[in-house]
Structures are given as C-alpha cells and as structure tokens.
Design a protein around this ligand. Sequence first.
Ligand SMILES: CC(C)(COP(=O)(O)OP(=O)(O)OC[C@H]1O[C@@H](n2cnc3c(N)ncnc32)[C@H](O)[C@@H]1OP(=O)(O)O)[C@@H](O)C(=O)NCCC(=O)NCCS
Length: 445
Amino acid sequence: MKLNTDFVTWFRSVAPYVNAFRSKTFVIAFSGKMVADKKFVELVHDFNLLASLGVRLALVHGARPQIEARLEELKLQTKFVNGILVTDPATLQYVKETVGRVHIEIEALLSMGLPNSPMANAAIRLTSGNFVTACPIGVIDGVDLMHAGKVRKINAAAIRTRLEIGEVVLISPLGYSPTGEIFNLTLENVATEVAIALDAEKLIFLTDYINTKEIPTNDPSSLLRELTIAQCKPILQELSNNDTKEAVEIKRYLPCAIKACEANVARTHLVNRHIDGAILQELFTHNGIGCMISQVPLQTLRKAKIEDIGGILQLIEPLEVEGILVRRNRELLEIEIDRFIILEHDGTIVGCAALYPFANERACELACLAVHPNYRNAGHGSTLLKHVETKIISQGTQNLFVLTTSATHWFIEHGFKEVTLSELPQEKLGLYNYQRRSKVLLKSL
Ligand SMILES: CC(C)(COP(=O)(O)OP(=O)(O)OC[C@H]1O[C@@H](n2cnc3c(N)ncnc32)[C@H](O)[C@@H]1OP(=O)(O)O)[C@@H](O)C(=O)NCCC(=O)NCCS
C-alpha cells in the first residue's frame, strides 16, 4: 500500500514537468570524455526517454580529450592560446579524423536497440548536417590560430525542420566556411550558439567537476542551485585567478550561460555528469541537482492576477480538505483576487497570503497564508508575512490579526499573541465560525 502511495505521489510530482517540456527544445552539450566513459550508455537511455516524452533534442558533442590524446600519440607539437588549440593544417587533419571517429561512435551508441533497458524498442532517429557556419578566430597575442574557429551562423531553420519531425539532431564541434574551409570549434561555443539560434527552452552542459550547494557559503568553486545572470558576474570575477579544475570549468561554462540567458534562452543548467541520472534529476525534481541560471530571479513575490486562480486553488485545496484553511471556491477567489499576494517559483505558485482590511478599526486580517509542502521550512512563510506587514504598516494599519486552527505556534514565534474573541473587529466577530473554533492571534505593528 505504502509503495503504491509513493508511486502515485512520485508520478503526480513528475507529471507537470512532462507536460511543460513537451515540444520544447533542449540543447544538451557533453564533452568527448563522456563518450569515452562507460556511463555514456546510461546517458543514451536518458536522451531516449526525453525524446519519447516529446522533448526536441539537439545534442552537441565535444572531442577535446580524444584530439589531445591523438596528437600526443603522434608526438605532434601542440600550442594553446587561452586554452584554444592552435590548429595548423597538419593538426587539422588529425582533428577531422578524431572528431569523425567520435561522431560515428556516438551515432552507433545512440542507435543501440537498448534491449532489456527501460527504453526497449524506442529507437532514436538521428540526424546530422552542415548546420554550423564558422569563421577563423584570427590572431590572438600575435599568434594566428589558423583553423581554430568560432561560430559565425547556425542554420536554425534546417535544425528545426528535423526536430519538428521527431528527429534528434547531433552536432559536432566542426564548422565550415562559405569558402569550403573547415574549422575546429569549442563544444561550448557551438552549444551556446545553437541554443540561441533555436530560441531553446534549455541549454544543458554536462560537466565533470562542478558541484552545487543549497545555501551560500564562502567557497566560490561550488555554485548555488539557482543563479541569476547578475549573481554569475561576481563569481567569475572572484575566480579569475583560481586555477582549480572546478574553477576552470566554471569559467568555461558560466560565460556561455550568461550569453545564452541574455539572448533569451530561458534556462541554462550546469549538471555534474557523474551523478546517476543527472539530467533526469535536474529536470524532473523540484530542487534539481545542478546549477540553473536564468535571466531574472526564479522567485518573485507579487500581487495575484485573475490568471493565477488555478494555481492558488491547487495550492490551497488540499489544505481546505484537511480543514486547515477555510474553503474558498473559484467564484469567491475571482471576487477577492486583489486581496492576494503570491510567491511564484519558476512559473509555479508556491505560496500565497490574503489581506482583509477593517479600516474603521485600523486593523487587518491575514488569511489563507500557505506554502506548498515541497517548499516549506525555507523561510517562504516568513517572507510572505514580512511582505504583508510592510505593506500594511505603509497604509497606517496598527493591528494584524489571524485566525488559525493549526499554526498557532508559528505565528507566536513571529511576534503574534493569542487574544480573546472580543479583540476582533466587530465586523469580523459577527462572522466568527464557532464550529471551527479557530484561535485568534494578534500582532501590533
Ligand atoms: C505555516 C506555514 C505558512 C509556514 O510556512 P514555511 O515556509 O514553512 O515557514 P518558514 O520557513 O518561514 O518557517 C519554518 C519554521 O516554522 C515551523 N513551522 C511550520 N509550520 C508550523 C506550525 N504549523 N506550527 C509551528 N511551527 C511550524 C517549522 O518547523 C520551521 O521551524 P524551524 O525553523 O525551527 O525549523 C506553512 O507551514 C503552511 O502553509 N501551513 C499550512 C497552512 C496554514 O496553517 N496556514 C496558517 C493559517 S492562515
């Protein structure tokens, strides 16, 4: 029985994401290291699962470790400028050979029948093409980088056509110029430009060393789970002289995340690939496991609008069923929507509160304070209360009261005192429900 309940709860928690991700474009970038790793098969299962849920997938692969290994094997002299391989014509031959080999290996793995796997018989239809036009990076610090290039243009229309018919697009880190030249590109440059050109919903980088944390600490080499562009910039500054492998990775991917978000890619995720089911955990759980970067804060506190009624009902109905909150139907909410303040997280309403003024008695009732169970104990209730208090103080109200059956101690810990019914405004006293026997708590502001 317990197992069934857990399963139903889990399935319901995942359903909104499935719905939200259908027909959305995700660009996922993974390094050549990932391909060399035995774990790539697990990743193939996860790509397959995403594709079968209707997510439009553009995959960008790297081949950096394989190229470096090949050049070392050949004992070819290599030179790097700002971490970019100077690609002379001789080196380019081996780059082409290695990228081609890695690309074929990925195609083969993505074509596996996946027998006895969770995605048996769900084959991926894969496509590749000349989607990336490139140009030379040019000369840096007096060094000509020759065939090391950067993206000049992405043929977004061609990629979209393939995505729309359910194909997964695989893109390699090579680009061609209109003059027929070949350029060696970086994985992060290609992935970022593809995501921007496709106006993707998500750009996801699978990383090797980036760790995340729930709350801020002094360690700049692990990133907060959620960052805005404004928060990313000081992190990069702080890491400018830090050469640990974590810092090097952050400095590689964070500027791409900033660029993508500034160009309207909704979210960029940096996900540590070593975590089992990393992509699924990041995409289908509330807290995720990686770092999600967005242009504006994911969390906002604002006045409710009529379109929010569905979300508010979803939040408060279970509490009404339990008898914790007084019932409010859709019609009543429509009339009273102006009284509501909501806390929104990434487009979902996770908290709300309503204010009912009794102007003659310079008092105000706080009602319907609720925080979604998945978001509790993170200070959201306190934030909503503080917001409400600031608002009514500015309106000259002196007393804030609340009627509650189950959160008495929470309010007492937030400065309320239990009082008798007689201290309620007269108008409210007339409406008091003697069957509910709610406690009355008051805070003088
Ligand atoms: C009360 C409520 C809004 C608090 O939201 P929240 O975001 O979890 O609040 P905060 O994170 O600011 O506070 C969490 C703290 O309050 C405590 N707390 C939460 N609910 C409590 C309750 N009913 N009674 C006593 N303490 C409570 C938590 O244990 C935690 O304590 P800690 O910091 O010592 O660990 C939320 O629990 C809720 O929605 N409850 C159901 C609706 C309700 O009762 N509303 C009030 C009537 S209008």
